[in-house]
Write a protein that binds this ligand. Structure first.
Ligand code: KG4
Ligand code: ZN
Length: 337
């Protein structure tokens, strides 16, 4: 296995991040500047505002990553960057910065798929063990991905409409919580009771796809009806009822996939992996069934550049470099990288 010291950059959404990673596993530095407080005012991420803020802090974040790793560009073997998927204007800031660094210091340039990054966040905690199943749950994605080996991704299920984090944020808004509402709904869910009995959307038998828009509408309609009848809305109960529906389906499908594909390891990744209800349900089910479960710590669940550097190490070993024509892409197929 070759050695590598990689400077990685991530700007796909609302975090400006840079990191220095050794051999795909060791975090030498991991800097993240979040724009969350800015977007809170608007109730969601405003793409144009995100791009501008990335421009403002990008060079600072890269400098900090090098400084905290005690490195200069001379020590770096390659520059990696999130190519997509994500907000195009936001991605372009990272891609342009990575290209400028790679060009001026004559280093290889490595484009990385953002979701591959979320999966490889786990490799920074303990080595990935194949075959594995990865449940990706974030603000933009809900996917079950099967991996036979490094860099080999097969999507076996995905959302047909909203991503789970998106559903959390929308439900949060309907009960008057501010963006991003996911963590707050999670907190309330532990206080309330499952009184509203929202639907569980399983889709066709045997399908590993997800759908959350029906559940979201059920929440909105229920609240609307209650308001019309002048009935009290107990936010905590809405949160518990919603979370129970989401967690039951996510865990049910994930465990079924793990069993059908007979994998060595189950990995959970993305911002919603921080959800306490989801974590607890997955922990108890995997313990009961003796399944090897890996969930990264919170700072590696949400967007960061360390995870991009981890994937980049394996691409570096295979010499999968890009030239100066590299561009950001709002969507990229992970199965045909
Ligand atoms: O992975 P991430 O940081 O950004 C994307 O790439 O999308 O995920 C952000 C999403 C947001 O929708 C946020 O509400 C949700 O993750 N989230 C949570 C929790 N913490 C963050 N959702 C439910 N429960 C949580 N504890
Ligand atoms: Zn993400």
């Amino acid at each position: 296995m070759s050695k590598s010291i990689i400077l990685s950059i991530e700007t796909s959404c609302d975090e400006t991040a840079a990191s220095v990673i050794k051999d795909g596993t060791e975090i030498l530095s991991n800097e993240v500047v979040t724009q969350m407080m800015t977007h809170k005012k608007f109730g969601g991420v405003v793409p144009e505002v995100a791009s501008r803020q990335h421009v403002e802090v990008m060079t600072y974040v890269i400098d900090e990553a090098l400084k905290n790793a005690n490195m200069t560009m001379d020590d770096i073997d390659a520059v990696a960057v999130t190519e997509g998927p994500g907000l195009i204007g936001a991605l372009l800031v990272g891609v342009a910065s990575a290209k400028a660094l790679a060009f001026s210091y004559n280093k290889p340039l490595i484009p990385v798929h953002h979701i591959a990054g979320h999966i490889y966040a786990n490799h920074l905690v303990k080595p990935l063990s194949f075959p594995l199943m990865a449940l990706i749950v974030s603000g933009g994605h809900t996917e079950l991905i099967y991996m036979k080996n490094h860099l080999d991704f097969e999507i076996i299920g995905e959302t047909r409409d909203d991503a789970v984090g998106e559903a959390y944020d929308k439900v949060a808004r309907t009960i008057g919580l501010s963006y991003p509402g996911g963590p707050e709904v999670d907190r309330l869910a532990h206080i309330g009771q499952d009184t509203l009995k929202f639907p569980r959307v399983w889709l066709e038998k045997g399908s590993y796809d997800f759908s959350f828009s029906g559940l979201k509408s059920a929440v909105i309609n229920t609240l609307h009806n209650k308001k019309q009848k002048n009935e009290a809305i107990i936010k905590e109960d809405v949160a518990t009822s919603f979370q129970n529906s989401v967690v039951e389906v996510l865990v049910g499908k994930t465990i079924a996939a793990v069993q059908e594909y007979d994998v060595d390891q189950l990995i959970v990744a993305g911002g919603v992996a921080a959800n306490k209800g989801l974590r607890a349900a997955l922990e108890s089910e995997t313990e009961r069934l003796n399944i090897n479960l890996s969930i990264p710590p919170l700072n590696l669940c949400t967007d960061n550049a360390a995870m991009i550097g981890s994937v980049a190490h394996f691409l570096y070993e295979e010499g999968r470099f890009a030239d100066m024509k590299l561009n950001g892409k709002s969507s990229i197929d992970i199965e045909n990288l």
